[in-house]
Design a protein around this ligand. Sequence first.
Ligand SMILES: [Fe+2]
Length: 134
Amino acid sequence: MQLLAWDKRFSVGIREFDQHHKILFEMINSLIIAKEENSDPHVIKNTLGQLHMYTIFHFTAEESMMQYFNYDGLDEQVEEHAKLLKQVEDYTLRLERNEDLSVAELLEFLAGWLLDHTLGPDMLYGPFLRHRVE
Ligand SMILES: [Fe+2]
């Protein structure tokens, strides 16, 4: 599977969140590499755990700022964030139970979600929040 590369198309125009998104890209890349190197399942679990924690941090930061500036797309974002976290938690549980789970399927899902989310809903908050923050 191809590694993800962050480029200007993904910029939401807020330095802090671009930085977060870049880190998320790198974390998914670490998972892709771990999978390709046939790493121990523990490595995959740990990497997914780190991604999970960082995602919570990132979503909380985004939602706090949206709330602070009364962004009207907040509800949609909160809903989408919760859905994603739930899915990551489901995958984590399945990994912990050693269920037969396709890591490739997990990666396709995460990479697809991140690209769609960054290019979709996050692009909408960009112009709204940008000049309030800077
Ligand atoms: Fe985001």
